[in-house]
Design a protein around this ligand. Structure first.
Ligand SMILES: Nc1nc2c(ncn2[C@@H]2O[C@H](COP(=O)(O)OP(=O)(O)OP(=O)(O)O)[C@@H](O)[C@H]2O)c(=O)[nH]1
Length: 307
């Protein structure tokens, strides 16, 4: 897991806007001073950590600095990481699949957040754990989406139910569940079409899909995860709130943490919705999916080496 979180750290280093520059300056220059503290505060705001979290981190560092004016940058980093890990302690979602047959996982989210890629990564993960998987290609809206998911299914040797571009996505979900039952699959992963949370008619379509799934299987969907692009900043909090209303969510997956300088938004989403973060996406390959670890994430943010 550490190796993959290194990708997140490397991503942070690659992009060098205010956030990382400030961090590098503060934590490698050694001693902390008032100017450095201000720079850190600004950097945390820029990275979308949100008011509450920024204040908590800064207050604790300030208190420690008041007690020890010789405090070094790396000590401040450790305090920052500890506070962040504490804020996120309850955010670590650990999922136990295998409670239902089939277990139904739905991925929803805005366009391009990484749903299709994450469906493939999840299928790969569970397949490696010995479960039989069926992918439901319910993104019938984007013309290339079908091809994309079929390509993944082919590459990873995973069973798939798909339909034509423009078909009713709820009908594909229905067919996928039917097929999973008759083929005795353990897990069904439904990839849905990306939609803006501001588009009422598309959100209604999602509600319909939820109803259709429940009709087929009253306890389902067993997991409804919002896939959030981790580089998108605080706008994703509103997104999450609106999706939650149409398609009751049970958790989050945060993608693209390997290439962002603004990885703070997930903290705001968690604080607001109290939904667990099950996985984080750290690249475009099938293995680039990891259970979320508050400690690894916090250390990566503050550049603390754990290797
Ligand atoms: N670097 C990086 N790229 C990712 C990650 N997850 C997805 N991507 C890339 O993000 C882009 C969009 O991913 P998709 O999986 O197609 O997103 P989607 O949500 O299915 O898109 P729509 O069907 O348009 O809603 C692709 O180029 C993916 O390779 C990740 O964790 N890290």
């Amino acid at each position: 897991m550490r190796g993959l979180f290194k990708k997140f750290k490397d991503g942070l280093k690659r992009q060098t806007p205010t956030f990382q520059k400030a961090f590098n300056g503060i934590f490698s220059a050694g001693k902390l001073d008032d100017a450095a503290l201000e720079q850190l505060e600004e950097a945390l705001y820029t990275a979308d950590f949100g008011h509450e979290t920024v204040e908590e981190i800064i207050e604790e560092i300030k208190a420690a600095y008041k007690a020890d004016k010789e405090m070094r940058g790396e000590d401040a980093a450790k305090i920052g990481a500890t506070v962040l890990a504490r804020v996120l302690k309850g955010a670590e979602g650990r999922v136990q699949v295998g409670q239902h047959t089939p277990e139904i996982i739905c991925l929803v989210g805005v366009n391009g957040s990484g749903k299709t890629t994450t469906s493939a990564k999840l299928a790969h993960l569970y397949q490696n754990e010995g479960y039989s998987i069926l992918l439901g290609a319910c993104d019938t809206f984007r013309a290339a989406a079908n091809e994309q998911i079929k390509h993944w299914a082919d590459r990873l040797n995973i069973d798939i139910v798909a339909s034509q571009h423009g078909a009713d996505s709820a009908a594909v979900a229905f067919d996928a569940l039917d097929a999973a039952k008759s083929r005795s699959r353990d897990i069904v992963i439904l990839d849905t079409a990306g939609r803006l949370h501001t588009k009422g008619n598309l959100m209604k379509e999602l509600e319909k899909m939820h109803r259709v799934i429940q009709k087929q299987e009253p306890t389902a969907p067993h997991h409804s995860w919002l896939v959030v692009d981790g580089s998108l900043g605080s706008n994703s909090i509103e997104q999450a709130r609106v999706f939650h209303k149409s398609f009751p969510l049970t958790g989050l997956i945060i993608t693209k943490l390997d290439g962002t300088s603004r990885g703070g938004a997930l903290v705001g989403i968690y604080r607001e919705l109290k939904l667990p973060i099950y996985f984080v996406g750290l690249g475009e390959q099938p293995d680039d999916l990891q259970p979320f670890s508050a400690e690894n994430y916090s250390n990566a943010i503050f550049g603390i080496t754990d290797e």
